[in-house]
Design a protein around this ligand. Structure first.
Ligand code: TMP
Length: 254
């Protein structure tokens, strides 16, 4: 496919101009960073798997009526998406204490929370994506109260749906990060799910053993990182058959 004009390069993805106005091509890289960029590495096959996992989850979410930016997968590492105006807030949902919450509040990792918590982080790398409240978001105009109502309602549905979907394949959805964007159609604006949903931005623990099956294996240098991403795809029933060229590991070579 002809190479398109690159619009943006992030840590895990590149965005290219799409084939039609209002579309973009989202390319998934194998690069991984953690600890605010101090740890850098390659997770072989991650881009292929995240492209497929994110496609699968966004399609499933669309089936229950969650609007998303996803249009279709183009190839192993690329998907066609609708161009949206990204709301500069990362939405984190927590069902079980881990990571930042445990560190900040001294709650042991693995403690089931009495109810799910939604947190907001201002998307600003120079400020290390600080935790903010809805007050900050509306005060500084990153989103209006109506946007936040839509975001909270969609986020709670996404959490319920994904928690059940993962539980069905023996995985506990501990927490995850999502992003939303504004999609303009004629003069109408809709809030839609954007970015990606993958083991890069979810904590996924094996329901029986609590083994980590997500990017924490890279962040915490736990080993078997590639295998964890593959296992998530395998359990979802979507390990790409043609993915062997891009991935290493005896499981997928069989
Ligand atoms: P945290 O416990 O480090 O705050 O992370 C909560 C969830 O959000 C976890 O599933 C990882 C995800 N996350 C991202 O996707 N990007 C980020 O920059 C951070 C800090 C967290």
């Amino acid at each position: 496919m002809a190479r398109r004009r690159q619009l943006y390069e992030g840590k895990a993805k590149i965005l290219f101009e799409g084939p039609e106005p209002g579309t973009l091509v989202q390319y998934f890289k194998d690069e991984a960073t953690a600890l605010g960029g101090q740890r850098k590495g390659i997770i072989t096959g991650k881009g292929v798997l995240n492209n497929r996992i994110s496609e699968y989850l966004m399609v499933k979410l669309a089936e229950i009526g969650i609007p998303t930016h996803f249009v279709r997968r183009l190839n192993m590492r690329e998907q066609l998406i609708r161009e949206v105006e990204i709301i500069p807030v990362e939405i984190v949902v927590r069902n079980v204490a881990a990571g930042g919450l445990s560190a900040r509040l001294g709650i042991a990792e693995g403690t089931r929370l009495p109810r799910s918590i939604i947190e907001y982080y201002y998307k600003n790398e120079a400020l290390s994506n600080p935790l903010v409240s809805e007050e900050h978001i509306t005060c500084f105009g990153w989103a209006v109260p109506q946007d936040m109502d839509d975001i909270v309602a969609l986020t709670l549905r996404i959490n319920d749906f994904l928690s059940g979907l993962f539980l069905g394949v023996g995985i506990t959805l501990i927490d995850f990060k999502i992003e939303f964007g504004r999609l303009w159609e004629n003069d109408e604006m809709r809030i839609v799910l954007a970015d990606e949903i993958s083991p890069d931005n979810c904590r996924l623990w094996d329901s029986k053993t609590n083994e980590k099956m997500d990017k924490d294996r890279f962040r915490r240098d736990l080993g078997r990182v590639e295998e964890a991403y593959q296992e998530v795809a395998r359990r979802l029933g979507i390990l790409p058959e043609a993915g062997v060229r891009d991935m290493k590991g005896p499981e997928v070579m069989q």
